[in-house]
Design a protein around this ligand. Structure first.
Ligand SMILES: [Zn+2]
Length: 68
């Protein structure tokens, strides 16, 4: 559970982190080569494909702090 919703969360290792992403938690960049998390909704009404397209990359600590 996160922010009252069900989420699928997968860790992204340093070796897998090849691109920079914008963390929705703090609005700062998740730099390439930094281990982090990718999360997507598990309860989306539009189906799994739409949920996967809406994946977000989070700093691990930002995910733990929680979304707002
Ligand atoms: Zn962050």
């Amino acid at each position: 559970m996160h922010a009252g919703r069900e989420w699928n969360v997968q860790p992204v290792s340093e070796a897998q982190a090849l691109k920079a992403y914008l963390c929705p938690g703090c609005g700062l960049e998740v730099a390439p080569g930094v281990a982090h998390l990718v999360a997507w909704r598990a309860d989306g009404v539009l189906g799994d494909a739409a949920d996967l397209a809406g994946r977000r990359h989070w700093h691990t600590h930002c995910w733990r702090l929680g979304a707002r």
